[in-house]
Design a protein around this ligand. Structure first.
Ligand code: SAH
Ligand code: SF4
Ligand code: F3S
Length: 482
């Protein structure tokens, strides 16, 4: 998609249709920016601060794509002409971090009064939070939500043109706008949205309220995007959705997630396929079959369990029991003995007793997780769990959390040891953060490997001997015979 923005008539009326309407506003912003660049004698810069999950990071790539088309260049710090915060609100501490950082922006704006500050993402979908930004953080110029990120150019134009604050948060949407620009962080791997929103309403979770109802993209659009990415040199894709296993159910012509995977597998050039997240209640036998027979689907499944207590799982509205979850794990392991399974666990859900917690420790041992993200329950207003009896005292929660971490670590270490000494294929991803002579890469099972190699291997899949297992990662050596 190469658009010649100079050919768009920016003096005519704005088109009604998307994405043409946004292309028109990109052209109008470009024009304003070019004038400003001449006045300043330099390019204008942008910076993003993104919190939360893969969905938010993917959204930021789209927002950055729009900003780059407009003519902004990336800056190294928040001392930039356009700064946006893409926020997360899944847990309370995510919010605290945002407000903590926001203060620093005010100082930059004093120095550069033309600076434009925007806030978007899940937190802005909460009326209270958007109102707080409106009333307290008056230096924030633009506020939008998760449903209208495609509108950035239009909102920015309105702000630059009127020099007024712009607020535009939609309560919900069924729109899916295709064909907008996107700026990818990595040249060789990319996330691809396959669906938006969530219909599960787990009782602790705010995501369905801030991301809206489940909407699937058409398989043709997804495959076309993957084909385009493959042509651009992408070898690994991650299909993204809050619950990928219910993909396609509400399409006019329903398609299962397993069928979608089969289609994506056909795309030449794509060597690895990942996906996230799988809800245990919807994981089908068809999916297990497709995974087991695939050469491209990675040997990794993120299968959030949340708790090992069937009693709590019911209160959480997860729709499976401990036994059902474990028999699913057995089925997966029988079909794919080398599959790595990772999970999410919440500690301190209302009413959690020591016995409930013991069930969680037990499921961690039985499921033999390769790793687990562990979270302290955070009360989110508006969710059913916020009104439940028996909120667990902080000291009890912290003590359980520490015990859980220990068990997760022990189990992961054991699992990790099993590949020691083997040669495995690794996608080389980046120069090691701590040692510039090393490269950091990932196995098919998502484990991280650090090995000595020239940066020219980045983006390639190379054989690496896993010399030493270090718990959650390996130290390896490039296998030159491989
Ligand atoms: N859609 C994914 C998860 C999205 S949120 C799924 O269903 O698996 C990522 C994780 O955050 C969840 O798996 C859960 O473990 C955690 N989480 C969500 N709400 C939370 C809350 N109120 N307190 C603590 N952790 C929470
Ligand atoms: Fe939240 Fe549950 Fe939806 Fe995941 S499936 S986003 S935990 S409501
Ligand atoms: Fe956070 Fe929104 Fe993702 S609340 S976890 S950024 S969907």
């Amino acid at each position: 998609m190469n658009i010649n923005y100079d050919q768009i008539d920016i003096n005519g009326p704005a088109p009604e249709q998307e994405p043409q309407r946004q292309q028109y506003f990109i052209a109008k912003c470009r024009n304003l920016l070019q004038i400003r660049e001449k006045e300043l004698g330099r390019k204008l810069t942008f910076f993003d601060q993104t919190f939360g999950c893969q969905m938010n990071f993917k959204d930021s790539e789209k927002l950055n794509g729009i900003l780059e088309e407009i003519g902004y260049v990336p800056a190294e710090s928040e001392d930039a002409d356009f700064v946006y915060y893409n926020t997360c609100t899944v847990r309370e501490n995510a919010n605290v971090r945002v407000y903590g950082r926001l203060g620093t922006l005010k100082t930059y704006k004093k120095k550069n009064p033309d600076m434009v500050i925007a806030m978007c993402g899940c937190m802005m979908q909460e009326e209270e939070e958007a109102q707080k930004v409106r009333d307290v953080y008056k230096f924030v110029d633009i506020v939008f939500g998760t449903h209208n990120i495609f509108k950035l150019a239009e909102l920015l134009f309105e702000c630059l043109d009127s020099k007024r604050r712009v607020f535009d948060v939609w309560e919900k949407t069924d729109l899916i706008i295709e064909d907008l620009p996107s700026d990818r962080k990595f040249s060789f791997k990319a996330g691809v949205n396959i669906m938006f929103g969530c219909n599960n309403f787990c009782s602790y979770c705010i995501v369905p309220y801030v991301r809206g109802r489940e909407r699937s993209r058409k398989p043709q659009d997804i495959v076309a995007e993957v084909e385009k990415l493959a042509k651009e040199g992408v070898v690994e894709i991650m299909l993204l959705g809050q619950n990928v296993n219910s993909y396609g159910k509400n399409l006019e012509e329903p398609v299962t997630f397993a069928e979608l995977l089969r289609m994506v597998e056909q795309v030449d050039g794509i060597e690895r396929i990942r996906f996230m997240t799988s809800h245990p209640k919807d994981l089908s036998d068809e999916l297990i079959e497709v995974m087991a027979s695939s050469k491209k689907i990675c040997r990794h499944l993120h299968l959030p369990v949340q708790s090992g207590s069937s009693r709590l799982l019911k209160l959480m509205n997860r729709k499976y029991t401990k036994e059902q979850y474990l028999s699913l794990v057995d089925k997966l392991r029988a079909a794919m003995p080398d599959l790595a399974i990772t999970t999410d666990i919440i500690v301190g859900f209302p009413g959690e007793t020591e016995e409930d917690f013991q069930e969680t420790l037990d499921i961690v041992r039985k499921a033999e997780y390769d790793s687990a993200f562990t979270f302290i329950y955070s009360k989110r207003s508006g969710t059913p769990a916020a009104k439940m009896e028996g909120q667990v005292p902080d000291d009890v929660v912290h003590e359980r959390f520490d015990r859980l971490l220990k068990v997760v670590g022990e189990v992961a270490k054991e699992k990790n040891k099993r590949l020691e000494g083997r040669t495995e294929l690794v996608l080389a991803e980046e120069i090691d953060e701590k040692d510039a002579t090393m490269i950091t890469g990932r196995l098919s099972n998502n484990n991280v490997v650090h090995f000595k190699a020239d940066p020219s291997v980045i983006g390639k899949i190379v054989p690496v001997v896993l010399e030493e297992a270090k718990g959650f990662y390996y130290i390896g050596r490039l296998d030159t015979n491989g």
